[in-house]
Design a protein around this ligand. Structure first.
Ligand code: FAD
Length: 376
């Protein structure tokens, strides 16, 4: 996006990509259909040490700007849920569109091009690669985060930032499945594949969506979202009856179906195998008439805030994003240019700006790229 924007403004642009093709994360995103933006994008959908940093770029390049481009290229798309836009056919069309836009803006793209060294050359920069030495007035670092090393992710951007005196805030995996160990894992692992709607809460953040039990722990959109706010040791609670008052539900069952057992009734709201397990491990299973009010209250509390003890995350191997990164304090929020090194820019995921699940990370990549491309 940065190359396209700068190229359209008449700049001579070279994109240096060390992988054998560009946009691998776009290709694998959204299950191969690329959730390319979210129509409800706001700065509140991002995590950053400076929550204001993303505002200017997001305001100047909105989801509708990107949607315009998608429509101009006649790429069919649909909204899946919550403003999330996906291609009807394939993520390949988004990569094709960006490459076509690059071509028409006169941008040169070099793949399989590994950077050996970058040096400031007053003025400008010198980039030594396996394909020769390139000199430029400006250098834009768009090398992403650490997630999915198998796809070409590297710590290169952070290294470069440090080389030029920038602070890099600690990084960790975000939008990532949580792992369980010991008893919590034994209690759930054989239910791998079971999914249901929950509300997950940690550190004051709340997400309602589905949760999936895996053979290592838990995943699914609600868990991926909360994983960006959770760190090992932090409390995590799961409302198993989202949108309902658990005590009301239990009391209604007691009044209307006193002979029915708890596990049978819970099995009408939750997957039966999970309801059964809940009643083996966390809740006493009896006919509803046998519970007194204090017991109902205790059970309601467990259902509303089921304490899931996660031991960690699956890490960068499966994480969709990297939290932390180049400290935005050293970067202009309107141009993405380094405050201390003229002509050096940082855009996309390498910066300490991380979006929620749902198209927000690509929208940040497009918006920050557009901001830099307009300023170069
Ligand atoms: C499995 C998966 C699914 C995802 N799905 C979605 C989704 O549907 N919607 C969404 O909004 N976000 C999604 N994301 C997040 C999104 O892909 C990233 O936030 C986004 O791609 C970041 O863009 P970027 O340009 O900053 O970095 P990247 O897309 O990571 O691009 C960085 C590029 O730099 C190259 N590079 C790295 N080091 C070097 C080097 N030393 N020299 C030369 N080149 C280098 C890499 O090969 C790569 O091509 C997903 C992520 C993953 C892992």
């Amino acid at each position: 996006m940065c190359a396209i924007t700068a190229g359209r403004r008449g700049k001579r642009v070279l994109v240096v990509e060390h992988a054998n093709r560009v946009g691998k994360k776009i290709l694998m995103s959204g299950g191969g259909r690329c959730n390319f933006t979210n129509t409800g994008t706001t700065p509140e959908n991002y995590l950053s040490a400076n929550p204001h940093f993303c505002k200017s770029a997001l305001a100047r390049y909105s989801p509708w700007h990107f949607i315009d481009m998608v429509e101009r290229h006649r790429i069919a798309y649909h909204e899946k849920e919550l403003g999330q836009l996906f291609c009807d056919e394939s993520s390949k069309l988004i990569v094709r569109m960006l490459l076509d836009e690059c071509a028409s803006a006169g941008v040169r793209v070099e793949t399989g091009c590994s950077i050996e060294q970058v040096q400031a050359r007053n003025p400008g920069y010198e980039v030594r690669t396996n394909r020769g030495v390139f000199r430029s007035d400006a250098l834009v670092v768009a090398s992403g985060g650490l997630s999915i090393p198998a796809m070409g992710a590297s710590g290169f951007g952070y290294q470069l930032a440090r080389q030029f005196g920038h602070d890099v805030l600690p990084t960790r995996a975000g939008l990532v499945p949580l792992t369980l160990s010991g008893r919590p894992l034994e209690q759930l692992a054989d239910l791998s594949g079971v999914a249901f709607a929950v509300t997950a809460t940690s550190n004051g953040q709340v997400f309602s969506n589905s949760m999936l039990i895996t053979h290592r722990g838990v995943s699914g959109p609600a868990i991926l979202q909360i994983s960006s706010y959770w760190e090992p040791g932090d409390p995590l609670s799961i409302d198993l009856l989202p949108g309902r008052d658990a005590l009301d539900v239990l009391q209604q069952w007691q009044a209307e179906r006193p002979a029915a057992e708890l596990k049978t009734l819970l099995g009408e709201l939750l997957p039966k195998r999970f309801a059964q397990r809940l009643c083996e491990v966390w809740l006493p299973n009896r006919p509803m008439r046998q519970y007194n009010l204090p017991r109902l209250r205790e059970m309601a509390a467990t259902l509303a805030a089921w304490p899931l003890v996660a031991s960690g995350t699956e890490g960068y191997r499966t994480a969709e994003v990297t939290l932390g990164g180049v400290d935005t304090a050293g970067v202009s929020s309107s141009t993405m240019e380094s405050r201390q090194v003229p002509g050096l820019y940082f855009i996309g995921e390498v910066l300490d700006v991380t979006g929620w699940l749902g198209g927000y990370n690509f929208q940040w990549a497009w918006a920050s790229g557009h901001a830099a491309g307009s300023a170069l």
